[in-house]
Design a protein around this ligand. Structure first.
Ligand code: DQA
Length: 146
């Protein structure tokens, strides 16, 4: 079965983007680790990134169909800034009934006030924030074993 790793806007810049906040691991590094962890747990990681809200919605709907057919376990989702703005992503998760673990590389609660609210959290299984890229591995483990 497949586990999907979806990264939203600006996460393609991981490694060079505000390294003091997000660290020096690149998105390619993170995705490689995800693939390795998924393989070790007996499944397959499919990793995608988009800067476009509608594309993330399309992917969530598609994954919802895969979950319904038993082909996918769910999604590790870092919605980036859409976390704090996107009713559309929230509705896609609720509508497609996709198991989602929300993940943030940085500790969103220790930063600006506007990062403390997430539209995604109420429809997520759980949230991991502030642990760096290891959060993705923990989220995969939670979905596969949980
Ligand atoms: C982020 C936190 C968001 O507030 C921010 O807009 C991002 C990345 C994180 O991984 O820490 O783009 O989701």
């Amino acid at each position: 079965r497949t586990i999907h790793i979806l990264n939203g806007p600006n996460l393609n810049l991981l490694g060079t983007r505000e390294p003091g906040v997000y660290g020096t691991a690149t998105l390619a590094d993170v995705e490689q680790r995800c693939a390795d962890v998924a393989t070790a747990l007996g499944c397959r990681a499919e990793c995608r990134q988009s800067n476009h809200e509608g594309r993330l919605v399309d992917w969530l709907q598609e994954i919802g169909r895969e979950v319904a057919e038993g082909r996918s376990i769910g999604v590790v989702l870092n919605p980036g800034a859409y976390t704090h703005t996107s009713v559309a992503i929230r509705d896609a998760i609720a509508g497609a009934q996709v198991p989602v673990v929300e993940i943030h590389v940085s500790n969103v609660h220790a930063r600006e006030e506007f990062r403390r609210h997430s539209y995604v959290t109420p429809v997520a299984r759980g949230v991991i924030a502030g642990l760096g890229p290891i959060g993705y591995e923990l989220a995969i483990r939670a979905l596969v074993e949980g």
